[in-house]
Ligand binder design. Structure first.
Ligand code: AHG
Ligand code: MN
Ligand code: MN
Length: 318
C-alpha cells in the first residue's frame, strides 16, 4: 500500500509535515528550520516569563543584566549547535561572523529579537532568519538564501516561512501543545497598498523625497499601520495581502543616512519573503535581493510590500 493510502493528509498539517509534503525541503534544511522553530518556542516562553524591566539594563556595578536580546541570541545559538548543520552564523547581537561546525553546510543570519525595546509596552516583537547554503554570506546577495522565516510573538505566536522557488509563503500558529500548525498557506501581496508603514520618519526633515512620499500617502488617504517592530509591521502586509513599509535614510547630518535597518538579517530575509509572495523590496535604486552583502552591520534603505507603491516611492527617494 502506498504512503498516500496509509497516511492521509492531516486535517491540521504541522510545520514538519508541510516542509516534507508541500515544500519538498531536503532533509537537512527541514531539520534546520524545525530546530530554529524550536528555539523560537523557548523565546516565546522567555518573553512571557522574563521580567521585561530588566532587559537591557545595567546593575549598580555597571554590569549588564539579563537582557531578552541576549537570551534569545543564546537560545538560537544552542539550537544551531545542536543541529550540527551550521558552519557559521551572523547575529545582530554578535559583532562578527560566528564559526560553528566546520562540517555544517548552512549559514544562518538572524535578528534574535526584533523590536525588543517594545516588550515592556507589551507590543508584538519577533525573530527574523535567513538561511544560506555554504559559508560565504559576505559577498553574496540575499537572493542566494535558500529559505527565510520569521516568528511573531504577539497575542498569538505565528511563524511564516518560505523556501522560495515558487513554493510560496506559509503561516503557522503555535498551538497549546507546542506545535506550529498551518494557519494559512500561500500568503500573497497585491500590487496596490491601502496601508502604509513609514519607518525612520525622523528622516523627512532632511530628505525631501521621503517627505514627498509621506505627503502622497496622506493625500491618497491611505491608512497608517506602524508599530515600530519590523516583523509585526511587515506581517501586517502579508496578513492583509497589501501594504507598503519603508525605512529611508536622512540627508546630511542625519542619524541614519542609509536608514536604520540591517541588510543581512533584517532586510534580506523579508525581501525574500515579499518577492515570493508577489510583492517587491527595493533600496530605492535596486532590488534588495540583488544588493551585495558587504559587512555584517551594513545598513540599507528599504521600501517593501505592494509592487506599485514600492516603485513609486523608490522613484521619489532614489
Ligand atoms: P531591533 O529591536 O532589532 O533593534 O530593531 C528595531 C527596528 C525595527 O524593528 C523597526 O522597523 C525599526 O527599528 C523602527 O525604528 P524607527 O521607528 O525609529 O524608525
Ligand atoms: Mn531588528
Ligand atoms: Mn534585535
Amino acid at each position: 500500500m502506498g504512503k498516500a493510502d496509509s497516511c492521509p493528509a492531516p486535517t491540521k498539517p504541522n510545520l514538519n509535515w508541510h516542509l516534507i509534503n508541500h515544500s519538498k525541503a531536503d532533509h537537512d534544511l527541514r531539520h534546520l528550520i524545525v530546530d530554529l522553530s524550536r528555539a523560537c518556542k523557548y523565546i516565546s516562553y522567555a518573553i512571557q516569563t522574563t521580567e521585561a524591566g530588566l532587559a537591557g539594563t545595567k546593575n549598580e556595578f555597571g554590569e549588564d543584566q539579563l537582557a531578552l536580546d541576549v537570551l534569545a541570541d543564546n537560545l538560537i545559538r544552542e539550537f544551531l549547535c545542536e543541529s550540527g548543520l551550521v558552519c557559521c552564523y551572523i547575529s545582530e547581537e554578535q559583532p562578527d561572523i560566528v564559526e560553528l561546525d566546520p562540517e555544517g553546510q548552512y549559514s544562518v543570519v538572524f535578528d534574535p529579537l526584533d523590536g525588543s525595546s517594545l516588550v515592556d509596552a507589551n507590543f508584538a516583537i519577533g525573530s527574523i532568519f535567513g538561511i544560506y547554503k555554504d559559508g560565504n554570506v559576505i559577498g553574496a546577495t540575499p537572493r542566494e538564501q535558500v529559505a527565510a522565516m520569521y516568528v511573531l510573538y504577539g497575542p498569538r505566536t505565528l511563524l511564516v516561512v518560505s523556501l522560495g522557488n515558487g513554493k510560496g509563503v506559509h503561516e503557522f500558529i503555535l498551538n497549546d501543545v507546542g506545535e506550529f500548525v498551518l494557519l494559512r498557506d500561500h500568503l500573497g501581496i497585491g500590487d496596490d497598498a491601502k496601508n502604509y508603514s513609514p519607518g525612520n520618519l525622523r528622516a523627512i526633515t532632511t530628505n525631501p523625497g521621503y517627505k514627498k512620499a509621506i505627503d502622497s500617502w496622506q493625500e491618497e488617504e491611505k491608512t497608517l499601520r506602524y508599530s515600530g517592530c519590523m516583523v509585526a509591521d511587515i506581517h501586517h502586509i502579508l496578513s492583509k495581502g497589501q501594504g507598503v513599509f519603508s525605512n529611508i535614510g536622512g540627508g546630511e547630518g542625519s542619524k541614519y543616512p542609509d536608514g536604520k535597518l540591517r541588510h543581512v538579517f533584517e532586510c534580506g530575509p523579508f525581501a525574500f519573503l515579499a518577492e515570493e509572495a508577489g510583492g517587491a523590496a527595493s533600496d530605492g535604486t535596486m532590488a534588495i535581493l540583488d544588493k551585495e552583502i558587504t559587512s555584517v552591520d551594513q545598513r540599507t534603505q528599504i521600501i517593501i510590500g505592494s509592487k506599485n507603491d514600492v516603485e513609486s516611492v523608490a522613484s521619489l527617494v532614489s
